[in-house]
Design a protein around this ligand. Sequence first.
Ligand SMILES: Cc1cc2nc3c(=O)[nH]c(=O)nc-3n(C[C@H](O)[C@H](O)[C@H](O)COP(=O)(O)OP(=O)(O)OC[C@H]3O[C@@H](n4cnc5c(N)ncnc54)[C@H](O)[C@@H]3O)c2cc1C
Length: 408
Amino acid sequence: MNKTDITCDVVIVGGGLIGTTLACGLAAYGVDVAVVDRITPENIISPDFDGRASAIAHTSKVALEGIGLWPIIAGETQPIDEIRVSDRPSLMFLHYDHADLGDNPLGHMAENRLLRTGLVTLMHQTQGLTVLAPAEITEVARTEGRAAVALDDGRTINCQLVAACDGRASATRTQAGIGVTGWTYKQQAIVTTIDHERSHDGIAHERFLSSGPFAILPLKGGHRSSLVWTEKSALVGSFMALDDGAFLDEVAERVGGFLGDVSLVGPRFCHPLGLQVAERYMDTRLVLVGDAAHSIHPIAGQGLNLGLRDVAALMDILVDAKRYGLDLAHSAGLERYQRWRRADNLLMAGMTDMINRLFSNDIAPVRMARDLGLAAVNSMPPLKRTFMRHAMGQVGDLPKLMRGEALG
Ligand SMILES: Cc1cc2nc3c(=O)[nH]c(=O)nc-3n(C[C@H](O)[C@H](O)[C@H](O)COP(=O)(O)OP(=O)(O)OC[C@H]3O[C@@H](n4cnc5c(N)ncnc54)[C@H](O)[C@@H]3O)c2cc1C
């Protein structure tokens, strides 16, 4: 063993939103972790790194409170009080109001940069957490007895368990021989932020345009919104190449006039869209978490929320194992995690896929059927409440952290 080598309980490969949340959560409960990312925290929080904002479901917010992130960022988040779904050109719409279920908002919008900045702050405050970035992984060696992650600077991190949080293109997953099923949507999401004259009043809008869904998501302050414009991949290049004036015209036409005058804030980004699910979530001393395990269409704003559920479920299992002095990579624990999370993630992947296919086409009978469907759901309060509970993350077998309970 080299004298600069590190030993810890869990190595987290990938310091994205999921990897850093898992790191802060585990370390807060006494599990020693090291997080490795090829990008430094300073670059990850720069304004041109990630212009997205995420819809955080109510139960995800509860989990983020539990790990101490929410108090750092709460003042900059925006409650979502209502969601309005409409299908152009018919303008048939479905209206979700949080008041139909109680006092809690349906969710909160948080800019990803805010989440990332908050997580970097929390990592600095947390004991038992080592950040290794920038660092490139050269080898992940796993045997029944131990795991070791070799870095390009010559160091090795010895651990009990490797958590692959390295995103959709996870090299750790590929190296472990874990296959994926999935497809691309031939769609990309153009993401940008706008300021607007009138207040959004805490209402999120989802419009189904012929190219795909167009979301207007309320941000803190009342007069700023994040846009997720799903467009056919073949057309995205030409929209991204427009000068700011012409791009703003395209944006304003899609937003419509209800927010008054609009202007662009910051850069635009585009993200290719696809669905991908890993065939299994575990291998010897390895577990997949977040987008490394499942990557879905952002139509319902659920990808990060599913990853946070993975984090909370894995924390339930690992914190217990640590407390009882068990091997953190014990197969019974990892199998429980896989059973718990795979079914839930597959269900959401299937639902988002179906909704996107249903709403991203202009075939007249399909349009008529979906409009009737929207109207029917809108007129059935029990069904509407069920959909709202899904959006709030209040269904299924929730891990303790998402129920607001302490672990251990
Ligand atoms: C347009 C859009 C809008 C979205 N909106 C929402 C929303 O409103 N609500 C929601 O819940 N979800 C949303 N999502 C989904 C959500 O953004 C993702 O599910 C989430 O960001 C995945 O995080 P992750 O940490 O698992 O993966 P990533 O963000 O991909 O992070 C992976 C990390 O691993 C690092 N890495 C990769 N390979 C290596 C390596 N070999 N060595 C070291 N480090 C490595 C990368 O640098 C990166 O930091 C949206 C997605 C898109 C595309």
